[in-house]
Design a protein around this ligand. Sequence first.
Ligand SMILES: Nc1ncnc2c1ncn2[C@@H]1O[C@H](COP(=O)(O)OP(=O)(O)OP(=O)(O)O)[C@@H](O)[C@H]1O
Ligand SMILES: [Mg+2]
Length: 265
Amino acid sequence: MLLKTKNLMKAFGGLKAIDKVDFELPAGEIRGIIGPNGSGKSTFFNLVSGVYDPDPGSYIEFNGHDITNEPPHKIGALGLSRTFQLLRLYQDMSVINNVMSGYHTRVKYKFFDAVIGRKKIWDQEKEIKDEMMELLSFVGLADYAELNASELSGGQRRLLVLARAIAMKPKLLMLDEPAAGLSPVNVDNLMKIIMQLKDKYGLTLIIIEHILKVVMDTCNTVTVLDHGQKIAEGTPSQVKDDNAVIEAYLGKKMNDEEMRKALAV
Ligand SMILES: Nc1ncnc2c1ncn2[C@@H]1O[C@H](COP(=O)(O)OP(=O)(O)OP(=O)(O)O)[C@@H](O)[C@H]1O
Ligand SMILES: [Mg+2]
């Protein structure tokens, strides 16, 4: 398993934001995480990426390493990259430099390179820049490379956040609501990009998303959270037909017709 949690718990005061979650993700999968507002989805990401410490008794393993109480930079260096629900970009930095910052978070110059001299560093920097430009073309932002991030549209900023996360060359990429606020055309574009990511960059993905169409069309498996607990897991079509899932979303039992409408994808 690339990622595994056992008995994962996090309480804020009396509120169990994540309640005894066992989770297993094999390499190569695209996993969706869905659940109503406040069900613990972002908290799950924050625990796995080390932003929050889990409560005692929890266990988290990534790529064979126990990362239960590791800080974010160590977990990042092991190959886990994530985006945040609220966009975090360097607004006054160019698009290309935002992406380069993702790269440099992960890969530091080695001492030897510094000794070899400036020419070598310059070559290396050029190589990285070419690679980052290729990444920008992949997400459709190559023409905007020299603009400031603040000059991009909302949809373009979402693509930039994605590009920067990929620039870290992770093994696992976790996206928190990547399609939030996008127009339907932009959602479709993003979905195409996400589906190519796995093959092009050899990534395993976890996607939190409210837009069910995104999850249903892109994910191999879906995990459903409600009140911090895992209430269902399966293929998109299995999950869609799960009565507990429908109830969690709408708070009531529905007849078949209502159910089909609620989860129309
Ligand atoms: N830092 C925090 N301090 C206190 N309570 C928190 C904190 N972070 C999350 N919570 C609470 O934990 C619960 C789960 O929150 P979380 O953000 O994980 O939900 P979510 O499933 O991502 O919701 P949404 O779909 O709205 O993004 C909520 O009740 C939230 O208020
Ligand atoms: Mg959230």
